[in-house]
Design a binder for this molecule. Structure first.
Ligand code: ATP
Length: 253
C-alpha cells in the first residue's frame, strides 16, 4: 500500500468546525488535533455532535464553516487524495443485507483497490473471527457478528486513519475484549491514527491516549484519561463523563 501523504502531519486536524441545521448547531466551533499513530476518543451524551464531526472528517458532510485536514491534506479541497488512506466502521451503517459476508468484503476490497483481495479477506476473517460465517447473507448475522464484519471492512485497505463509531457495540464481554486487544495490536504495528466515538468508558480508558469531551456541539474539556481523572477528582472516566454531561451549559460558559 502507498505510504501516507505526510506522516509527520497530525493524523486528523480540525479547526473551528461548525455544522448548522437550521436552528440546530450540531457542531459549534470544534477544534482538535490527533497526533499520528495515536488513539483519541470523542465522548459526549446522545446528540452532542460526535457522529456529525466524524461524518465531516470522512467528507460525507460539508461543514458550515471550519477546516479539516487528514494526514496534512485538506479534506474539503482534496478529499480523493486522502480517502484511500482512511476508513471507518460503524454498526449503524448497514452493508447490503442480501450479499454474503464474503461478497460484501470483496465488493469493498475492489472499491478500495486492495491488492491480493482474497488473501486479505481470509486474513481479516481469521483475525476478527468472521471466517465461520463468510458464506452467510450479511442480513442474517447477529448484531455482534455484524459489528465484526464492519470492522473487517474498515481494515481492508490497511488505513492510516481509522474512524471508529462504537467499535465494540453489541459484542459480549469476551469478544469485546479480544477485539480491543486486536485494535491495540493493529495500531501498535501500523501506527494508525484512530478517532473513537464510544459510550464504553472502560474501552476509552484502555485504548485512548487523549479524550475530548463534547457537550452541545462543543469540546468542553480534553486531556489524557489520567489528566481528566485528576482534574475532576474521580476514579474512573464514567464518573468524569457524568460530571461533564450534567454540567449546565451556562455554568460551562
Ligand atoms: P449519539 O451519541 O446519539 O450518536 P451524537 O453525539 O453522535 O449522538 P449527532 O448525531 O452528531 O450526535 O447530532 C448532533 C445534533 O445534530 C443533534 O441535536 C441532532 O439531532 C442534530 N442533527 C444531526 N443530523 C441532523 C440533520 N440531518 N438535521 C437536523 N438535525 C440534525
Amino acid at each position: 500500500m502507498s505510504r501516507p501523504i505526510d506522516r509527520n502531519a497530525p493524523g486528523i486536524d480540525v479547526h473551528n468546525l461548525v455544522k448548522r441545521y437550521g436552528d440546530v448547531l450540531a457542531v459549534d466551533g470544534v477544534s482538535f488535533s490527533i497526533m499520528p499513530g495515536t488513539t483519541a476518543a470523542l465522548l459526549g451524551a446522545n446528540g452532542a455532535g460526535k457522529t456529525t464531526t466524524i461524518a465531516i472528517i470522512l467528507g460525507l458532510l460539508v461543514p458550515s464553516s471550519g477546516t479539516v485536514s487528514v494526514l496534512g491534506v485538506d479534506i474539503l479541497a482534496n478529499r480523493y487524495r486522502v480517502l484511500p488512506r482512511m476508513n471507518f466502521a460503524s454498526p449503524y451503517v448497514d452493508l447490503p443485507r442480501r450479499l454474503t459476508v464474503r461478497e460484501n468484503l470483496d465488493v469493498y476490497a475492489r472499491l478500495y483497490g486492495v491488492p491480493r483481495r482474497r488473501e486479505r479477506i481470509e486474513e481479516l476473517s481469521e483475525e476478527l473471527e468472521v471466517a465461520e460465517f463468510l458464506s452467510r447473507a450479511t442480513g442474517s448475522l447477529s448484531a455482534g457478528q455484524r459489528t465484526r464484519v464492519a470492522l473487517a471492512k474498515a481494515l481492508l485497505n490497511e488505513p492510516d486513519v481509522l474512524l471508529l463509531d462504537e467499535p465494540t457495540a453489541s459484542l459480549d464481554p469476551d469478544t469485546g475484549d479480544r477485539i480491543r486487544t486486536y485494535i491495540e495490536q493493529y495500531q501498535a504495528e501500523r501506527s494508525t491514527t484512530i478517532l473513537l466515538a464510544s459510550h464504553n468508558m472502560a474501552e476509552v480508558e484502555r485504548l485512548c491516549r487523549h479524550v475530548m469531551m463534547m457537550r452541545s456541539g462543543r469540546v468542553v474539556d480534553a486531556g489524557s484519561p489520567d489528566d481528566l481523572l485528576t482534574r475532576y477528582g474521580r476514579e474512573d472516566l464514567e464518573q468524569v463523563f457524568l460530571d461533564v454531561v450534567r454540567t449546565p451549559d451556562e455554568a460551562a460558559a
